[in-house]
Design a protein around this ligand. Structure first.
Ligand code: MN
Length: 247
């Protein structure tokens, strides 16, 4: 099995190192990841300046761009094989509910899915540095084998969130739906040392609504959450409603 790994926390992050270690027994593992943290860049692609890729070892590249750049460059240029699977993570912090729309981790998996390659995004739902990357990585090894055997539905990636608990306390996986984030106006509004106003988004830990069957509901109860995400964002139930507007 040929697997490409990427992330948005940067190539030296503990999550990607644990992931590469755990997946190595499955086959040939390549790492193509940002040379610095690129969290919350979503599906951004770099078009207005050149990218550099530094070879750090056999099949290991640090790229001066976004997670989406890494998937593009890795598959189209840097690797001399086409991956059977792309795994993005393990992110430091959960990517649940509406947060998937900001996530560089999830977007890297989206990019692979757009290129027709099965993809898994994986995040450790931690508010600190994270203790359970190895446990999460071992679960992804099992899941990756299963994805290789079964394939994935078209235009669909798996968004996995693992609670940051000791391995023996992590409960089995639940198949979940995307949940809802609770917004709480987390913008700092202060004056800088030169007397100018500044704003800083996102100082408060995100919280989520406890919706039955959701990603967050699973993780808060100690389960691994697996959400199948579809790249077609169309709200089919609204098509008829809007056609009824007779615009
Ligand atoms: Mn991140």
């Amino acid at each position: 099995m040929n697997i490409m790994i990427t992330n948005d926390d940067g190539i030296t992050a503990p999550g990607i190192i644990a992931l590469a270690e755990a997946l190595r027994p499955l086959g040939r593992i390549a790492v193509v990841a940002p040379d610095r943290e690129q969290s919350a860049v979503s599906h951004a692609i770099t078009l207005h300046h050149p990218l550099r890729a530094e070879r750090q070892g056999d099949d290991i590249f640090a790229v001066s761009g976004t997670p989406t750049d890494c998937v593009n460059l890795g598959i189209n240029n840097l690797l001399d094989f086409r991956p059977d699977l792309v795994v993005s993570g393990i992110n430091r912090g959960g990517n649940m509910g509406d947060d998937v729309t900001y996530s560089g981790t999830v977007s890297a998996a989206m990019e692979a899915t757009l290129m027709g390659i099965p993809a898994i995004a994986v995040s450790l739902a931690t508010s600190g540095e994270g203790k359970s990357y190895e446990a999460a990585a071992l679960f992804i090894r099992r899941l990756a084998q299963r994805v290789a055997e079964e394939g994935l539905p078209s235009d669909t990636l798996l968004n996995v969130n693992v609670p940051d608990l000791p391995r023996e306390r992590i409960k089995g996986p639940l198949i979940t739906k995307q949940g809802k984030k609770r917004y709480q106006g987390a913008i700092v509004d202060k004056i800088d040392p030169r007397g100018r106003q500044y704003y800083w988004i996102g100082s408060i830990e995100p919280t989520y609504e406890d919706i039955e069957g959701s990603d967050f509901a699973a993780v808060i109860r100690g389960h691994i959450s697996i959400t199948p995400l579809h790249l077609d964002l169309t709200n089919y139930a609204s098509l008829e409603l809007l056609r009824g507007w007779k615009l």
